[in-house]
Design a binder for this molecule. Sequence first.
Ligand code: SAH
Length: 238
Amino acid sequence: MREPFSATVLTLFPEAFPGVLGASLIGRALKQQKWQLETLDIRSFSHHKHASVDDTPAGGGPGMVLRPDVAAMAIDSVTDKNRPLIHLSPRGKPLTQTRVRELAAGPGVVLFCSRFEGLDQRVIDGRDMEEMSIGDYVLAGGEVAAQVLIEACVRLLPGVLGDMMSTHEESFEGDLLEYPQYTRPRVWEDQQIPEVLLSGDHGRIARWRREAAIGLTKRVRPDLMDRARHRSKDDEHH
Ligand code: SAH
């Protein structure tokens, strides 16, 4: 049998975990050991006075930088090296559903959460860390970003969401955002559910949903449409 997906998180704030990962279906799956979560306190690897983990930036400037020696001790304490080592960072590659699917299909992840001004570049290079960003904005630390990455992976694991949700027809599959969803009541504050969705005609419903998805994506995320267009051009050339 396949070992469950295993996430190891290196952090200065282990008390931030499991956080939201302990709630709802993801949390239930954790209790049922369908996936595993381990946190390691970076501070506990410091041999310095007052267990210090940071120091002032070389070259000057505000804030503090995480020391490479302490970070490396924490990283090197992880014995299962089979998993990608990821540094959460606004300078990383943007996390995508494609990368999430790849990670979810593998043995798990080792995530390093920085704080302050970030991590000394020499550990990032020396331990060949993959840098991932969860978006073009700056958080105070990597903990929330790590939870985002883990949640996105774990919801794809077999048996975690069960039949409650399909993960196949949703946003970003085929580079489109998902069509709008409706449920009862049929009329709410004078707004009707689009008639076609109540027609029972599966062909018409599928066409309506596809058109709604395309319209929404064009309006909100033209960049996704461009990507889809380029891809279909590439297909023609091959
Ligand atoms: N001075 C750094 C930002 C430091 S923010 C810079 O300008 O690049 C402190 C830490 O929070 C980062 O080192 C990273 O671990 C985490 N973090 C902040 N924003 C993030 C984002 N968008 N994605 C992933 N991690 C992020």
